[in-house]
Design a protein around this ligand. Structure first.
Ligand SMILES: Nc1nc2c(ncn2[C@@H]2O[C@H](COP(=O)(O)O[C@H]3[C@@H](O)[C@H](n4cnc5c(=O)[nH]c(N)nc54)O[C@@H]3COP(=O)(O)O)[C@@H](O)[C@H]2O)c(=O)[nH]1
Length: 777
């Protein structure tokens, strides 16, 4: 306070005292005024605090709360405008929360902006986490990019306070704007801090509530069962999935224990393990087999965890249960498919290998024996080819059932695929294996009634014994396979033990397979002809075509050895057709040379017989050579005709209609059903040379041959005996009224030129023998 006068010494002591008193009064008044202003501001701050507290507690929606807070603060600071901005979840972009008294263009410009250093007051405050006070927007560097828009909005200063969560995360910013450059006073700072503090609580609270809401929805709507129990395992909560799946309602299970779901099929140690873990404060995860209210069992994967309060004390257990019944079934199915043959249900190669490894290990440890059998079905391909794969499959299924029935539990019988089986016999030596092989032969050979078919089949078995024939599965399998091949060669329907000598034979087999592929194209094959005689007329009535193979290195190979190889490899189809064409054309040539009555007998293998359009092929070949069908006789073995008699009948009928004759070769060696024989369109039975061989020394063979001849007569069939080597045999056959004969007694199989010469030389060959026979009577 200053007092001025026009002259010196104008103020005397009295005036000075008065002035002093006046100054003191003014000072007092000013102090009172400031005190009053401070009190008013404190009251405002206090009532603002109360207001904010009430809003934070009661307002549910954040938008509403932001709006109310801004309006309230603008009332407290009448010449200001306030704003609340929040940060997006990415912690980078700004969301314009509430700024009701700022123009729309301004809030739109801010919304979506990325925070950063010097991005206005709020962008900078959120970026730096520090209060950012800009008293004059027009001159402050933070506002360079925004002062134009701020000017248009009439804003001259902006103080911004970052909003921080309880864990110090930046949630947004609260700001106060003025229309003129303004410096904040202390209580403005208090206002900023208070608003930011309560806004942080509100945002935190809102986030927690929203998370809780989501969590509770997730729990309630979870497709998995959720159970919350107290520490004594009494149920306090179950979700809807529990109710839907188990069939128990919430009220039915509250206060009960989850053991109401137990099926009794979860191992006891699973529960023990579970409680050990939970009691020690840990979580447990495992599989439980439980039961729904309707009694249906299910398998669940349960995750059980303790729930702790703020002090770390366990208050509850929460159990999340996923129904894995289907998953388990699928896993089991996959396991099954990986280890078992789908058709027969027998173990497959994978399981066999696993079990064989264990068995071999145990045999090695205990010094005990082990036998491995390899067996397949003889001529199984014929069944598939002629009756279809479904009949073949049905046979395999029935066979597998029988195998399971007759074998011991410990024996492992496995199907490798097709008609190949392996039998693993732990603790079984050669003697035991022999017994099992006999049993197997018998079991397989029992007839199979499959729908309309009554089928008979045999098996060939190869046996390898551990450790003599191999110390590992691979060697045992290979050697058993070799032994099986030998069983096939030795006539099928039998078993053979592996011997080292067989190994060399299996090498030979491979050699033949490879060489035979080129035999036809390299002209290594030729046909020879064995004369056949009529015992009635004494004349040569024809010949049997017999195939020969001469290999440049391997030499002459017997058809008994290579025909099975040709059948196995399928080469028999091309080779057989070639034989038929050669034989037919040679016979036609002989006709043209003057032997017009000669017939030709050609062997047909089972595979040829079943091959589609055999009758068509035969007709075509006859047509090519212009040979009448009646001169051709096809020789079928008993086995070929008997695997599927109805199918054989159909093919035979077709051939018969085309004028081709048929005979049954090797008659007496198989198991012909006489009832079928009647229906076969065959004209002749060929008595197997094994009966003829001992006809004069073995009364049984004698009886068989007589019986076959008389049976054939009564069926209206002719007979031909093969393998006639002696006069005694011929005499006997003549006495029994056998129609025809063939054998070394007359001639070996001959090349065409020799055959022609033979015919020229022996016009009345049998007549002579006949005369001898007659004279000996
Ligand atoms: N599918 C085809 N099979 C054929 C063909 N060619 C021959 N074969 C079959 O091979 C097996 C062996 O035949 P092979 O070595 O030719 O033996 C035949 C005759 O040579 C022999 N035979 C004839 N007479 C006598 C004899 O007095 N004693 C004696 N020990 N053997 C003799 O017998 C075989 C006759 O065979 P088959 O009449 O067919 O039974 C044999 O199974 C042939 O069938 C072919 O082209 N296709």
């Amino acid at each position: 306070m200053n007092l001025y006068a026009g002259s010196a010494q104008a103020f005397d002591d009295e005036i000075r005292v008065l002035l002093l008193e006046l100054a003191m009064d003014l000072s007092f008044a000013l102090n009172r005024f400031e005190l009053e202003l401070g009190r008013q501001r404190s009251r405002k701050l206090e009532s603002l605090r109360t207001y904010l507290l009430e809003r934070v507690n009661n307002v549910i929606y954040l938008d509403q709360l932001f709006h109310d807070v801004v309006l309230e603060l603008e009332q407290v600071l009448p010449d200001s405008a306030c704003s609340i901005l929040t940060l997006d979840a990415d912690q980078i972009h700004i969301h314009a929360g509430a700024m009701p008294h700022l123009p729309d263009f301004y809030s739109q410009a801010i919304d979506g902006l990325a925070i950063g250093y010097g991005v206005g007051s709020c962008g900078h405050a959120m970026f730096s986490g520090t209060r950012t006070v800009v008293e004059d927007i027009a001159t402050h560097p933070y506002w360079i990019d925004f002062k134009e828009i701020a000017g248009r909005a009439g804003l001259a200063s902006c103080w911004s306070e970052p909003i921080r969560s309880s864990n110090n995360q930046i949630l947004g910013a609260f700001a106060i704007y003025h229309k003129v450059p303004t410096k904040p006073e202390l209580w403005h700072i208090s206002l900023l801090e208070m608003a930011a503090h309560f806004l942080a609580i509100a945002i935190d609270k809102n986030r927690i509530e929203s998370n809780l809401r989501k969590l509770s929805q997730a729990v309630e709507q979870s497709p998995n069962i959720i159970i919350i129990t107290d520490t004594e395992a009494k149920i306090e909560y179950v979700n809807q999935a529990f109710v839907d799946k188990t069939g128990h309602t919430l009220s039915q299970v509250l206060g009960k224990r989850p053991n109401i779901l137990q099926s009794g099929n979860t191992p006891l140690f699973t529960y023990e393990d579970m409680w050990d873990r939970l009691r020690s404060g840990g979580s447990w995860q495992g599989e439980l087999t439980n039961r729904y209210k309707d009694g249906k069992e299910y398998i669940e994967l349960a995750h059980i965890s303790p729930v702790r309060d703020a002090n770390g004390v366990i208050t509850n257990f929460i159990s999340l249960q996923e129904d894995i019944t289907e998953k388990k079934r699928t896993e089991e199915r996959i396991q099954y498919l990986a280890h078992y043959d789908v058709l027969t249900g027998l173990p497959n190669r994978v399981l066999l290998e696993e079990q064989a490894q264990l068995a071999i290990k145990s045999a090695r440890r205990k010094g005990s024996p082990l036998s491995l059998m390899f067996f397949d079905l003889d001529h199984f391909k014929n069944i598939n080819d002629s009756l279809g794969h479904s009949t073949g499959d049905a046979l395999l299924v029935e066979l597998s059932r029988r195998l399971r029935d007759v074998l011991r539990e410990d024996d492992v019988v496995s199907r490798l695929g097709g008609d190949e089986f392996i039998l693993l016999l732990s603790g079984v030596d050669e003697t035991g294996a022999e017994r099992v092989a006999e049993k197997l032969l018998h079991t397989v050979s029992q007839s199979y009634q499959l729908g309309q078919y009554d089928l008979n089949i045999s098996t060939s078995i190869g046996i390898a014994v551990y450790p003599e024939d191999g110390e590992d599965l691979e060697t045992l399998l290979r050697n058993a396979d070799t032994a099986m091949y030998r069983a096939k060669q030795d006539g099928r329907g039998i078993y053979r033990f592996f011997t080292p000598e067989m190994q060399a034979r299996s090498g030979r087999h491979l050699e033949l397979v490879n060489a035979l592929r080129y035999a036809l194209e390299r002209n290594q094959l030729h046909v020879v002809y064995q004369p056949q005689m009529s015992l009635i007329t004494g004349k040569i009535i024809g010949s049997e075509a017999l195939l020969r193979w001469t290999h440049p290195e391997l030499g002459s190979i017997s058809p008994a050895e290579f025909i099975p190889v040709a059948e196995e490899t399928g080469l028999i189809l091309a080779i057989g057709e070639w034989v038929l064409r050669s034989a037919v054309s040679q016979t036609k040539a002989w006709h043209e040379q003057g032997w017009a009555d000669l017939s030709i007998a050609v062997n047909l293998s089972a595979i040829q017989f079943r091959h589609t359009d055999l009758p068509g092929t035969v007709s075509r070949i006859l047509q090519e050579s212009q040979l009448a069908a009646t001169y051709l006789e096809l020789e079928l073995t008993e086995g070929v005709a008997m695997i599927d008699p109805p199918g054989a009948i159909a093919i035979m009928n077709d051939l018969h209609l085309r004028g081709v004759r048929m005979s049954i070769d090797d008659f007496g060696t198989g198991y012909s059903s006489l009832s079928y024989l009647k229906k076969f369109k065959v004209s002749k039975l060929k008595i197997d040379q094994s009966f003829v061989r001992d006809i004069n020394s073995d009364p049984e063979d004698k009886a068989i041959v007589s019986a076959v001849i008389s049976m054939a007569k009564s069926l209206g069939l002719q007979t031909i005996a093969e393998g006639v080597e002696t006069e005694e045999q011929l005499t006997f056959l003549h006495q029994q009224h056998c129609d025809e004969v063939q054998g070394y007694y007359f001639a070996r199989p001959l090349a065409p030129v020799q055959f022609a010469q033979f015919m020229l030389d022996n016009k009345n060959l049998v007549s002579k023998a006949n005369a001898d026979v007659t004279s000996s009577l």
